[in-house]
Design a protein around this ligand. Structure first.
Ligand code: FES
Length: 461
């Protein structure tokens, strides 16, 4: 019986990105059936992957090594009730497979008896039937190497299914994994998928989705009351439920225009100097009110009556943390940040604003161009693109007055860690036209990539 694996799990098992697998499928290097990959095909395409050496087994080993230290367990393992339900579901599957094997074994014995009976009635068939029986026995006793390798792969996939559940969003087709104690909403945001939500604590009902298939479990109580029609429709709240098994949910992916205006009382977590005239302001939103925004958008900050608009530099996947880059200038807000913004000081955040966001469904390479602290929205866009695993190739040009750039190490770490990421620092003194010429020399056909550019107006023009 064939065993099929979904693309998202295969990516984790073999340690490549989903976009790489999609390219292989497009190029005819790997066959799929209904978007899934058959076990034998997987072993053919990746004959040398050492299943036990990476992926979930390694994570489990890490957990065991740390003797189930509390923090590791909280982050990596699901809640014990969820764990028990997942094991129960897996147990049901194994019980089904085992009873099928017992049934096949009975059929084989029955076949042997039948063959003996035929041989008794027809001595001429005796030799042929004896050879057939010997051949069948040998085939069943010999375990081919592929079966051994397939066993290791299936074992790892089973561990993976206990540790995490896969969620497919219809109709967009986006996929994400729910790990540890995450709710569906937390897992979706961590994966960079922007689904509709509001309060994130079970009050508003904005995160309501339809459960199409699979088993979900309520892990946080909610005050929102479902209508009868919701119940009949299989509605669940993403901020209150987690996944027991792989799920399919019906939900629309949010566009910039869909996100409501929010006003959030945040607190200063820290102000860190990036260079003598630039600071990174880190804010924390309240536990029950995270900022719903998309990478590439800006917000308005107000402290003691002083306001300013800034691009968000952190990723929407970063829970309650918001980072902004503030330039030292003569505005009252900038003076406040550089002179007397203490830890835990209240800052009101309003927004988000702007429509220059990631094209989630694009498969073209993404080219990011930042001029000085235009890097803030570009950083958020890159992190969002990374969590979505969306682009086949990414390139960053960062043009600056000062080299090295203020977050040069971060850019190098992306380039070092990712095969498909290239970083190119450029010097602003060469002028806008000369720098644009460098970029165009490498990408003469602008229609072959998505460009995300942030900087001063004259450069953008
Ligand atoms: S986000 Fe408000 S109920 Fe889930």
């Amino acid at each position: 019986m064939s065993h099929y694996l979904p693309l998202a799990r295969v990516a984790r098992l073999v340690g490549v990105t989903r976009s790489t697998l999609q390219r292989m499928i497009r190029d005819g290097e790997m066959m799929t059936f209904d978007g899934q990959i058959e076990l034998d095909e997987l072993l053919r395409v990746f004959p040398n992957v050492k299943w036990q050496a990476d992926g979930e087994f390694e994570r489990v080993e890490e957990i065991k090594r740390k003797a189930f230290g509390k923090r590791v367990m909280e982050r990596a393992l699901p809640d014990k009730e969820v764990l028990a339900e997942r094991l129960f579901e897996l147990g049901k599957e194994f019980a089904g497979a085992k009873s099928m094997l017992i049934y096949y074994d009975q059929i084989f014995r029955w076949l042997e008896t039948k063959m003996d009976a035929v041989a008794e009635d027809d001595p001429e068939a005796l030799d042929a039937l004896q050879s057939l029986k010997i051949w069948l026995r040998q085939e069943l006793d010999a375990v081919p190497e592929e079966v051994e390798r397939g066993k290791a792969l299936l074992a790892e996939e089973s561990v993976m299914r206990v540790m995490s559940a896969r969620v497919t969003v219809q109709p967009s087709g986006h996929e994400f994994f729910v790990e540890g104690n995450d709710t569906l909403l937390e897992a979706a945001l961590r994966a960079g998928i922007s689904l509709n939500y509001g309060c994130s604590n079970g009050n508003c009902g904005e995160c309501k989705v339809r459960l199409v298939s699979g088993k979900a479990k309520k892990v946080h109580p909610h005050d929102y009351v479902f209508h009868d029609s919701d119940k009949a429709n299989g509605a669940i709240l993403m901020c209150s439920y987690t996944a027991i098994t792989d799920l399919v949910i019906e939900a629309s992916v949010t566009e910039a225009a869909d996100i409501p205006h929010q006003s959030i009382p945040t607190k200063v977590r820290s102000v860190e100097p990036l260079d003598p005239d630039l600071a990174s302001l880190h804010l924390t939103t309240p536990r029950s009110q995270r900022l719903h925004f998309l990478a590439g958008q800006s917000v308005t900050l107000t402290v003691d009556g002083c306001s300013g608009e800034f691009y968000v530099a952190s990723c929407p996947c970063e829970d309650r943390h918001i980072e902004l880059h503030i330039r030292r200038d003569n505005t009252p807000f900038s003076r406040k940040v550089f002179n007397d913004l203490a830890k835990k000081a209240p800052v009101t955040l309003e927004g988000p604003h702007g429509h220059c966001v990631i094209k989630m469904d694009s498969r073209r390479p993404a080219i990011f161009v930042a001029w000085d602290e235009g890097f803030a929205p570009i950083k958020s866009l890159i992190q969002h693109a990374l969590s979505l695993e969306m682009a086949e190739g990414m390139e960053l040009f960062w043009i600056s007055e000062h080299l090295p750039h203020y977050q040069e190490n971060l850019c190098h770490s992306w380039a070092d860690a990712l095969d498909n990421f290239h970083y190119r620092p450029l010097f602003a003194a060469a002028g806008a036209e000369a720098n644009v010429a460098v970029i165009l020399a490498e990408h003469p056909d602008l229609s072959r990539a998505d460009f995300y550019v942030a900087g001063p107006t004259d450069f953008l023009e």
